[in-house]
Design a protein around this ligand. Sequence first.
Ligand code: SIN
Length: 482
Amino acid sequence: MKLKDPGLLREAAFVAGAWRPVRNDGATVSNPANGERVGEQPMLALAEVEQAIESAHAAFGAWREHTGKERAAVLRRWADLVMANADDLAWIMTAEQGKPLAEARGEIAYAASFLEWFGEEAKRGYGHTIPEPRRGQRIKVIKEPLGVCAAITPWNFPSAMVTRKVAPAIAAGCTVLLKPAPQTPFSALALCVLAERAGLPQGVLSVLTGEARMIGEAFCESHLIRKISFTGSTAVGKSLMANAAGTLKKLSLELGGNAPFIVFDDADVEAAVAGAKASKFRNAGQTCVCVNRFFVQRGIHDAFVARLKAAVADLRVGDGYAEGTTIGPLVNHAAVEKVERLVMQAIDAGATADLVVRAPAGGSFYAPTVLTGVQPSMQISREEIFGPVAAITRFDTEDEVIRLANATRYGLAAYVYTQNMRRGHRIERELEYGIIGVNEGLISTEVAPFGGVKESGFGKEGSFYGLDEYLDSKYICHGGVA
Ligand code: SIN
């Protein structure tokens, strides 16, 4: 692999402060664009996972004693190292995840932004003083780190979802056990190499590769782990919640979505198309906040569809390393089959597909598709597509579209395009979602709280809300104060 620093590609897990190489237990990671082998990750045994949990527990006592400023310094160095090694980290990400190199570089900057932001927030774990109800008392609330936390991260953002969970935990004074997705372990392991170089003490972070169910169950059952943060499917989130009930853990669950993108007749059509393209086709449609359902008002429908098709025609599907590629492969062939099934069902039920761009043969590519005449009853409107398909439904009235947009069990992100700001303010209150973009298709940033409602989960990531997820509030009452 073309790396300036080959030491960043580690075919080893990081357990209790030591690198544990592949022995006779390696599982191969392949590039979804061509099936080529990227490397082998160890499949850790339960005893090794337990050893990592013990070491995180042992390291917690010392790490929590570091001041916020000291923790901030480590996170700052880590952020700088990530940016200094951005080319290599992007290269590793494209190899295992498939996204175009430029998009991978963008994700590395996004990942570093969480390290930088939470480094700054490490100094701000503010508590409160509360006016006493009785004379002679003093009441204060102090913030304390939760303890050992576990993070389970997805393959679609192999670096940014790691730092979005690990950075606030470390900033708060917690220690962390990270289980990256089996498809994309090397991005997480490369970040861990840099964390070690940044001076993160032994045991504060372990990166555990191996069988997802076994590691997840070990996390859930451990009395030493106080919290699990998970990004992934709603089905797995529910099962983690059930399994974590036995030890009453805190959870942050960032789960599936079914994002509506509403375009009113009075929208700026160019802005709406730019937002639609950015939100729908980012990461080949494989983000939890990607548009899943377009609702376009009758008067602007044809103009919007024509402009969107023209914009989609500029996309280039291919190997993430190839010059000019804007859409990489889907994560695997099963993902392609799922998208194909949803599109075929929609066509059978009366929708019309426009294939504006071709996808290369081989690999797990899927050609960006614009689908019109989609009905809310179709499966494609109810299931998360997680692929580059824009499914468009026509609507007539504001009341109708609010009802349609909210008619889902999910509630992560929603988008609205209108130039009537009174309507914008009205709709943002009506939509049952955790994140709303009004005339904006790209809502992800380290400074704002990312998270959903309903079956999209709970808990916030990013922003000062994100730090609070890793802190407990301790109430202290002093009596006999003169
Ligand atoms: C996700 O898909 O889970 C995260 C997307 C983002 O941070 O924008």
